[in-house]
Design a binder for this molecule. Structure first.
Ligand code: FMN
Length: 413
């Protein structure tokens, strides 16, 4: 990230990241990166068994802190202070246990201290976030359920593991996957940032593609998955905003707490978005709206014998430009999906449509953002200043975009 415009919400916060011995421990390297990117000082600690899965070096390089791996001083160092399990817990604002094995969950719940991580947890003063990761049969085990229940009753935040593909494909859809690093980041922010910074903000988000009807069964559309818009809507909602989401056809469920309006065509999206815009403070238009539609859609199904080989297209209405004209001092953010001349095209769009910020990403090649869980985005503001982000999960990118929206909204109030 460039220094300019950089916000670091977790600046000044000291977080202990404890990594235990599961397959998902490689994901904690990404978590260390996200927490550091967010401004936190991160002290990694690894169990001996975690070291069977990951090396200490990436944690050291990403956080700038030497990971602690043992309870007692070992030859070669890696052991700051006399009683680091006490001094670290004195200093820490938060402890994140990710991934948390069934073993550490049991030790933590029952008050055991037979290694550095469990002993540190015994003397913890700060809140603890537990991000479990294990085989679904282990997660379903009654002893594990009981330990999780105990930890929750002790006031610790035990996140729900995700469903979906596990290390062993035959485990099917049971729960056990470690929550994604970006979801853990959201929980960290929620715990450490006392006031939800978007409370009072009325935010419109658009997501997904639109479908432009050609005949009774066929349409023109694009590859947009809606992941970016849905991530923005749910993160904004967690940060206290009152969110209206207008989405084209996607296969994602309604985000909890968000007013979701489902539409199909550009015309329907335009009506819903312009109606909602009247009562909003800000809008982030992440939908990939069709630029063209069939000029003469057919009511029945076009027979292949009688059909013409070409479809005449016409321009669709430009929703965000219309919103830009009625913007006043509200915040309007657009997206630019480009295959070439990213910067030039994004800045041109920003100016033509009177946007405050544009999120530009490539939609071809290796970093193709469309339909993907990740994006390598560039942000440009009205002064032309650029901020380039590394490849990020869209959920994490949503946090950074919303930081900029929060700042602009604050300034306009
Ligand atoms: C290949 C492999 C993968 C493992 N993955 C997990 C896991 O995802 N979750 C878990 O709870 N235990 C897992 N285990 C078992 C733990 O590594 C084992 O219980 C260990 O004692 C945990 O130690 P720790 O909690 O001190 O790191 C795995 C073991 C092996 C051999």
């Amino acid at each position: 990230m460039t220094e300019e415009n950089n916000t670091a919400p977790l600046e000044g916060k000291f977080i202990v990241l404890a990594v235990t011995g599961g397959i998902a421990s490689y994901k904690s390297i990404e978590l260390a990166r996200l927490l550091t990117l967010d401004g936190a000082q991160v002290q990694p600690i690894l169990t001996q068994n975690a070291r069977a899965f990951v090396q200490a070096l990436p944690f050291q390089i990403l956080t700038g802190h030497m990971p602690i791996e043992a309870m007692f001083p070992i030859e070669g160092g890696r052991h700051p202070g006399d009683m680091p399990h006490i001094s670290l817990t004195d200093r820490s604002d938060l402890i994140v246990l990710a991934p948390a094995t069934a073993n550490i969950i049991a030790k933590f719940a029952r008050g055991m201290g037979d290694d550095f991580v469990s002993t540190l947890l015994l003397s913890a003063k700060a809140p603890v976030i537990v991000a479990p990761a294990m085989n679904p049969r282990m997660w379903a085990n009654p002893a594990v359920r009981e330990n999780v229940h105990l930890l929750r009753s002790h006031g610790h935040l035990v996140m729900e593991p995700g469903a979906g593909r596990m290390a062993r494909a035959e485990e099917g859809q049971g729960r056990g996957r470690m929550p994604e690093p970006s979801e853990i980041l959201t929980e960290v922010r929620r715990l450490l940032l006392p006031e939800p910074d978007l409370a009072g903000l009325r935010l419109l988000v658009s997501a997904g593609p639109t479908r432009e009807k050609w005949d009774a069964v066929r349409f023109l559309s694009n590859r947009s998955s809606g992941i970016m818009g849905f991530a923005l809507a749910s993160v904004a909602c967690l940060r206290g905003a009152e969110v209206t989401l207008v989405s084209g056809p996607v296969s994602l469920p309604d985000p909890p707490g968000v007013r979701t309006i489902r539409v199909e065509s550009t015309d329907e999206m335009r009506t819903a978005a312009l109606n909602a815009w009247k009562n909003m403070d800000a809008a982030i238009m992440a939908a990939a709206v069709a630029d063209f539609r069939p000029a003469n859609p057919i009511s029945g199904k076009q027979k292949k014998e009688s059909g013409s080989a070409s479809i005449e297209l016409e321009r669709t209405p430009d929703i965000i430009a219309e919103m830009g004209h009625k913007k006043g001092n509200r915040v309007l953010v657009g997206f630019a999906a480009e295959t070439d001349n990213l910067k030039e095209n994004a800045l041109d769009k920003l100016r033509r449509k009177q946007l405050d910020l544009i999120v530009a990403n490539a939609v071809s090649g290796e970093d193709d953002a469309m339909g993907s869980e990740t994006s390598r985005a560039h942000l440009f503001d009205a002064s032309g200043a650029e901020e380039a982000f590394p490849l990020l999960e869209k959920h994490a990118l949503a946090e950074f975009i919303l930081d900029r929206v929060a700042k602009m909204w604050e300034k306009n109030r």
